[in-house]
Design a protein around this ligand. Structure first.
Ligand code: BTN
Length: 280
């Protein structure tokens, strides 16, 4: 039923050329990468009701066993140069954030580079993985999730928990994909993050300004946490930042790097590769 209803809507979105549904799968990113390697078309979408091995950035897992969320991966074969691929994560984060605001009438924020937060808790994770001739954008949205495993129950949330309403997964999926479609086409046609687009009110707005205005850390003190430190901590909340210097976050630049100013006034251009962010 959901499949029939979804097919009609999804194939009207220009970026979608192929859709695969699973009740349960290990990881939609794994399946989308497999499809890419087997020569599947640009715009192949893999959607699952639950994942047994959902993955996040930097080797973390992503809780997705519950049938209450949306777990999907979109495989694209972009014409942009591969050093712009990390920018696709940022484009996706803004697209998801604005779509959720419209659906739920809320103000989501973005945690650079790839998470969408509601009221300081994580509601969405995005994992972008690239191969020689493809990129897979994996998105996990906690939609109607009522409960989380105890290790993340303090830091994770869902649309349901924040608004008290249940959402139709098919509508959330198609609205988010329409939003990605729109921003992605603007991004690839300019081959840069320095682009403007028309929002739902008809106003022309700059991508970078929009992204920065949603950054939860904008003009706040942050720690940039190297992967080495993340790896040592079982729980990201327990990472020891005592050896790190807090810096002032000034938002992203046109390369998608986070601009931070240290206590001596020096500017640092932080690349998202192997670091994560923590508010100071
Ligand atoms: C993160 O939290 O660092 C990113 C999480 C990304 C989760 C999504 S769910 C769909 C897709 N399949 C995966 O295994 N991961 C992504």
């Amino acid at each position: 039923m959901m499949r029939m209803r979804l097919n009609n809507t999804l194939f009207q979105i220009p970026i979608i050329n192929n859709v695969l549904y699973y009740d349960t799968i290990d990881s939609t990113n794994n399946k989308a990468k497999e499809l890419a390697k087997r020569g599947s078309v640009h715009g192949s979408l893999v959607v699952a009701k639950s994942q047994t091995a959902g993955r996040g950035r930097m080797g973390r897992s992503f809780s997705s066993a519950d049938n209450q969320g949306l777990y999907f991966s979109l495989m694209l074969r972009p014409n942009v140069s591969m050093n712009h691929l990390s920018s696709i994560t940022l484009v996706t984060a803004l697209a998801v954030s604005t779509a959720l605001d419209t659906i739920c009438n809320i103000n989501t924020t973005i945690k650079w580079p790839n998470d969408v937060y509601i009221n300081n808790k994580k509601a969405v994770g995005i994992l972008t993985e690239a191969g020689p001739d493809y990129v897979v954008i994996g998105i996990g949205i906690n939609v109607n999730t009522k409960e989380f495993p105890s290790d993340i129950s303090d830091t994770a949330t869902s649309l349901y928990l924040e608004t008290g309403m249940e959402y139709d997964l098919a509508i959330v999926l198609s609205t988010v994909l329409e939003s990605i479609n729109k921003l992605y086409h603007r991004f690839v046609s300019d081959n840069s993050l320095d682009f403007s687009y028309t929002n739902h009110l008809g106003a022309t707005i700059s991508f970078i300004e929009q992204y920065n205005s949603r950054l939860g850390s904008l003009n706040k003190q942050v720690y940039i946490i190297p992967y080495e430190l993340t790896k040592q901590a079982a729980n990201p909340a327990l990472i020891d930042t005592s050896e790190l210097e807090a810096m002032l976050c000034k938002g992203i630049d046109s390369a998608g790097c986070l601009i931070c100013i240290d206590s001596k006034g020096y500017t640092h251009q932080v690349n998202s590769g192997e670091v994560s962010l923590r508010l100071g």
